[in-house]
Design a binder for this molecule. Structure first.
Ligand SMILES: [Zn+2]
Length: 163
């Protein structure tokens, strides 16, 4: 299917999910295989209806694609989203080895309709130091250290390759 048709279909399904069914914000996403021209999976924001702050469209699409393909690795696939993905969703795309992200609306556009993606992005750009947004503290824990040590020993044969 032509990518423009996929985008139009996503817009239609996003409208249905958000406006008609009131599942969450006006955000939709899909994982697309540019080589075959096929959509692997779609996702739509369900934050308010699922009582899940991580149920962003991009996360939903990544989870659905991984489940469908039975892998955590979406190398070679692209992520299309209605809005510029928030830091959580950008991270999820990187964790999934997605190399191309396409979006339509900006953080500024999202802010105009009541979403704070820009504030989280600014928090990260500011070095994670604004304790009014989030206070992050390091703890010392031999118990946690030992889990890392055991994991490293158990997986030494992998040569430390990151996944
Ligand atoms: Zn997000």
């Amino acid at each position: 299917m032509d990518i423009r048709d996929e985008i139009a279909k996503t817009a239609e399904l996003t409208r249905k999910s958000c406006i008609e069914k009131r599942r969450g914000g006006p955000f939709g996403a899909f994982i697309f295989d540019e080589k075959s021209g096929k959509t692997i999976a779609r996702g739509f924001n369900r934050v308010t209806s699922a009582h899940d702050p991580t149920a962003h469209a991009e996360i939903e699409a990544i989870r659905a694609a991984c489940k469908k393909l039975k892998t955590y690795d979406l190398s070679g696939l692209s992520l299309y989203a209605t809005g510029f993905p928030c830091p959580m969703c950008l991270s999820a795309a990187i964790w999934a080895n997605i190399k191309n992200v396409y979006y339509s609306k900006s953080y500024a556009d999202a802010a105009k309709i009541g979403f704070r993606d820009d504030s989280i992005s600014n928090f990260i750009k500011g070095g994670l130091k604004n304790s009014k947004i989030l206070k992050i503290s390091k703890i010392k824990s031999p118990a946690l250290d030992s889990v890392y040590d055991e994991y490293r020993a158990q997986n030494a044969h992998l040569g430390g390759a990151p996944y």
